[in-house]
Write a new protein. Structure first.
Length: 181
């Protein structure tokens, strides 16, 4: 009786294993991909924003308030306002150079609308620093009036005492990226 039960169990495994292998090898999937037809935002850097200059060893200071980037959500083909949600990511991209010069560096950033009101969903000031070199702002369509901007609203820094010995000064390089959410 044991032999009969073992043979039946092996036959059952062979049949069900064969069905699984057949279904696995014959499965198909179709993935549709649509290419974007237009941009959904225009980003402009504010070339007139200037950080502190003429700093030297162990100098401490603050960042002046001002606009870093202007963000205009739009659709280029129709000229209408963009109706989707966006994620605005701001990066500090030269941290390797800055860490040699700055003991600490903090930039307080806000995402605001044309009236100066916070336009991101969290309505919070976010800190871009050497330890946190990326901040995210989330924007929902219809929240505020265009154009929007990434603004410096405060922050400070302190240089290392040996800055003058390392040959040159480094200013933070900030990058802004807008993606669909």
């Amino acid at each position: 009786m044991k032999k009969f039960l073992i043979i039946a169990l092996i036959a059952l495994l062979a049949v069900t294993g064969g069905m699984f292998a057949y279904a696995f090898t014959t499965a198909t999937a179709t993935i549709g991909v649509n290419a974007p037809e237009s941009d959904f935002a225009n980003i402009t850097a504010n070339a007139s924003y200037a950080g502190p200059t003429a700093t030297f060893g162990k100098f401490t200071g603050t960042w002046p308030a001002g606009k870093l980037f202007t963000v205009n959500p739009y659709t280029t083909l129709t000229g209408e306002n963009y109706t989707g949600d966006l994620v605005i990511t701001v990066y500090l991209i030269n941290t390797g150079e800055l860490i040699r010069q700055y003991h600490h560096l903090n930039l307080a950033l806000q995402y605001t609308d044309n009236a100066g009101d916070m336009a991101d969903e969290q309505s919070e000031t976010q800190v871009l620093s050497l330890q946190n070199a990326q901040v995210l702002f989330t924007w929902t369509s219809g929240n505020g009036t265009s154009p929007f901007s990434v603004d410096v609203v405060g922050g400070g820094y302190r240089l290392h005492p040996f800055k003058t010995l390392t040959g040159g000064s480094y200013e933070p390089q900030v990058w802004c990226e807008v993606t669909q959410r």
